[in-house]
Design a protein around this ligand. Structure first.
Ligand code: FAQ
Length: 314
């Protein structure tokens, strides 16, 4: 129900920095905006398990395998927190999965690139999780309570993920010439797609104005991207990696790095379904979702049985 008085009161609550909770009044467009963003975030966590999952069986040591397994399991957990948080907005899990599998809902562009070798696992942890943290630290202060609280927990785990990736890269850069070349090659392939994770420039971002007004976004796409760039370039230099951009320059006046133009044609191709792995990712999701049907059926049957028993003993 649209109600001008309620909308004014809602905006006042937002302006005062209050959290909006599931049963509170919210304008319909706020609810829709959250369902779109949060579900795409959840899908990203789950689809994001695929490029790394590919390397569990080929991790170079038992230690590396254990760490990678734990990290990927965390990502699955993040997806579950986020799906549960979206469900508080009145949409069912099966509806959300249907939107993902039919291509109606997006997931992060980054997961449509292949993980070709072990150095890519380092680059994903360092750059992809590194970009994810910058965005998610900011989202800890988002206006919707369940999303904000989910982010607090997710950020704790994400910072461990970033470190595991950086450790792999640092180890390879301290290794043989071949290992250094592998790490540099991974950096070259993952750098630009990581910058695209933050979304289009602010001037080209249709959802930003509402997102900022409603404090869903506390910082804009470009502000967050710049934070990531400023934080990551010194980390690359510290271990001897070269950022694949000849125009990188530190502006002494602002303290920020400037970079070359991002290839938005590539970004648009990837988010419209034509990246290197889009079809593979969705087909994989559909296959394993269907194969897992019996688990969901068993869980429902178990719940029904127990609910019946509980009712009988009352
Ligand atoms: N990929 O108007 P805006 C992770 C779409 S981290 C695909 O600027 P908005 C951790 C956008 O949806 C990754 N699509 O949109 C991990 C919209 O299309 P729509 C997930 C993108 O929402 C690590 C259109 O372009 N993190 O998973 C992308 O205000 C390792 C216009 O854009 C989050 O989702 C993109 N990169 O800003 C897991 C964070 N960028 O919906 C496993 C939460 C834009 O109208 C392994 N999300 N689009 O069809 C956000 O902060 C925002 O949604 C943005 C986009 C910043 C992603």
């Amino acid at each position: 129900m649209h109600n001008e008085h309620s909308d004014t009161h809602f905006q006042l609550r937002i302006d005062n920095g209050e959290h909006i909770e599931a049963k509170d009044y919210m304008p319909e467009n706020y609810r829709k905006h959250l369902i779109r963003q949060m579900s795409q975030h959840a899908h990203s966590e789950v689809i994001g398990m695929q490029p790394e999952g590919n390397w569990i069986t080929r991790a170079p040591s038992l230690r590396a395998k254990q760490i990678l397994l734990a990290k990927i399991q965390d990502e699955g957990g993040h997806g579950l927190y986020l799906y549960s948080a979206v469900e508080t907005l009145g949409v069912s899990r099966s509806e959300l999965i249907e939107q993902l599998q039919s291509g109606k809902a997006k997931y992060s562009s980054i997961f449509n690139y292949p993980a070709l070798n072990w150095a890519d696992i380092g680059a994903i942890g360092w750059l992809v999780d590194g970009a994810a943290i910058v965005n998610q630290v900011s989202l800890q202060r988002t206006s919707y309570g369940p999303y904000s609280r989910g982010m607090v927990r997710i950020c704790k785990e994400e910072s461990f993920h970033q470190r595991q990736g950086y450790e792999i890269m640092a180890k390879m850069m301290a290794g043989t010439k071949d290992q250094q070349a592998m790490a540099q090659d991974a950096m070259n392939r993952w750098w630009w797609p990581s910058l695209m994770m933050f979304g289009p420039h602010d001037t080209n971002s249709p959802h930003s104005s509402d997102a900022v007004k409603w404090k869903i976004k506390r910082e804009t796409n470009d502000e967050l991207r710049q934070k990531f760039i400023d934080k990551t370039i010194p980390q690359a230099e510290l271990i001897g990696l070269v950022v694949p951009d000849k125009n990188i320059k530190l502006n002494d006046n602002t303290g920020h790095y400037t970079i070359s133009k991002i290839n938005w044609d590539e970004f648009n191709r990837v988010i419209s379904g034509h990246g290197p792995c889009n079809k593979q990712r969705i087909n994989h999701h559909i296959k394993y979702h269907n194969e897992g049907e019996w688990v969901r059926e068993a869980a429902i049957a178990f719940k029904k049985k127990h609910t019946k028993k509980e009712l009988e003993t009352v």
